[in-house]
Design a protein around this ligand. Structure first.
Ligand code: PHE
Length: 443
């Protein structure tokens, strides 16, 4: 049987973009850009996307397509009997940790779609009882399970008929909806302040920690450091031009982030809210905004559908990392594996969810389970994974093999290969170490 994989260039690109575009673009980017110097931050961010994230993403794709395996087996195959498959272990644990809380947040988006439709009919507005909802015992669990079930539904038919098929529909829909919301938002009275907040270049607010935040945000936004692009890379055809695919993914991720800024900030400013609200911006302030704008009964649900689509395509990619990593080693069908992992995530997600309510007093290192999973994965494990991946391509793989993979067996012209290797060997690992030390508060 032929191995399952992406069938078309556009389908593969949509799956890549689907993984990359998520809450990082819709919520975190607009708010970080606004807070940290607007256009000045965006310039630095774009610089990192292309100098650091691009080589790293290419590295993941090179590993995945060369080995044509998942997170563990890629390293076992390319570096047999060595310790490098630790990268696979780190990646799978990171994926489990992130998915546990990501699917809880995904559940919230489902709940808000339902609730905002209901509010539209009863005329209640959207309410801001977010805290009461998120910390209650049963309702969030129900929506968490619904979100997991929907994620499994996408994955059920495999890579080509599941991930690719859904991404090809969902990503263009997402793009049109975000475009529409941005157009709507910038025409609200008082929107100018939001646009100014996002774009006004203020170089005085750029400090070393802002620079490192930009770097961390780039890694998160492109889903790097946890073998997602290794797994998706292994599904790419041999004729796919890797540099072109990666540049297209990064460009689209950027476009989505900027459009999200235009969709959200003008609306927030138009009604005099504080954009530095964090997660609350999406679930507390925006429902308030929607309750007040004309046509809010349509815009409200539409907005939560946007967040839901962005979240589920990212969750799918995380889930697929785990599936692809274990499928060789366990004697179970893909569908059974999906159900087993789903059952496990149902439990670990439940822990995250109840840690906001019932178990909120239970702390490890001073953090509830939700925050612990978030901190462990994004502060420690993702940078560790990204660091090791760049070392693997920079120092362990043969230079000729890397070139061969990037140039599709020397059939396409590759410019700047020397620069790519320099970045992977020195710039990328050094940048990641700096973010890591910064997050630990060393400077
Ligand atoms: N890239 C996603 C975003 O921008 C988040 C994500 C991180 C998804 C890691 C999967 C894995 O929100």
């Amino acid at each position: 049987m032929q191995k399952d994989g992406f069938n078309s260039r556009i389908g593969a690109l949509m799956a890549f973009v689907g993984s990359a575009v998520g809450l990082g673009n819709l919520w975190k980017f607009p708010y970080m850009a606004g807070k940290n110097g607007g256009a000045a931050f965006i310039l630095i961010y774009v610089g990192f996307m292309f100098c650091l994230c691009l080589p790293l993403m290419l590295s993941e794709c090179v590993i995945g397509r060369r080995a044509r395996e998942g997170a563990f087996d890629s390293f076992r195959k390319l570096a047999p009997r060595s310790g490098w498959s630790i990268i696979g272990v780190i990646s799978v644990i990171t994926a489990v940790l992130i998915l546990s809380f990501y699917s809880v947040v995904g559940g919230w988006t489902v709940r808000y779609i339902v609730a905002s439709f209901r509010a539209a009919f009863t005329g209640d507005g959207y309410g801001s009882a977010f805290g009461a909802f998120a910390s209650s015992n049963f309702e969030p669990l129900l929506y968490h399970l619904i979100f997991l079930a929907l994620t499994i539904t996408v994955l059920w038919s495999g890579v080509r008929n599941g991930i690719e098929r859904y991404s090809k529909i969902l990503m263009p829909v997402l793009f049109l909806m975000v475009l529409f919301l941005a157009a709507y938002s910038i025409t609200l009275p008082g929107a100018g302040k939001g646009i100014e907040f996002l774009l006004r270049p203020d170089f005085s607010s750029i400090t070393s920690s802002v620079v490192l935040d930009a770097l961390g945000q780039g890694l998160f936004s492109l889903s790097l450091g946890m073998a997602i692009m290794i797994t998706y890379g292994s599904y790419l055809s041999n004729s796919e031009n890797l540099p072109r695919m990666v540049v297209a993914t990064i460009s689209m991720d950027l476009i989505f982030a900027l459009l999200a800024g235009f969709a959200i900030l003008p609306a927030v400013f138009a009604f005099g809210f504080d954009p530095a609200e964090g997660a609350g911006l999406l679930f507390v302030i925006l429902p308030e905004v929607f309750a007040r704008v004309p046509a809010g009964a349509i815009i409200g649900p539409a907005f939560f559908v946007v967040i839901f689509i962005a979240a589920i395509t990212s969750a799918v990619s995380l889930f697929e990392v785990i599936v692809a990593a274990v499928i060789r080693s366990v004697k179970l069908s893909r569908k059974k594996i999906l159900l087993c992992i789903g059952a496990f995530l149902a439990l670990s997600g439940t822990l995250c969810s109840v840690s906001l309510g019932l178990l909120s007093e239970f702390r490890i290192f001073g953090l509830n389970i939700f925050d612990l999973f978030d901190t462990l994965s994004s502060t420690y494990m993702m940078p560790a994974g990204a660091f090791l991946i760049s070392l693997f391509v920079g120092y362990r793989m043969k230079r000729a093999d890397v070139f061969d993979e990037l140039s599709n067996g020397k059939t396409i012209k590759i410019r700047m290969f020397g620069l790519f290797m320099l970045l992977v060997k020195y710039f990328v690992p050094a940048g990641i170490v700096l973010i890591f030390l910064n997050k630990l508060g060393v400077f």
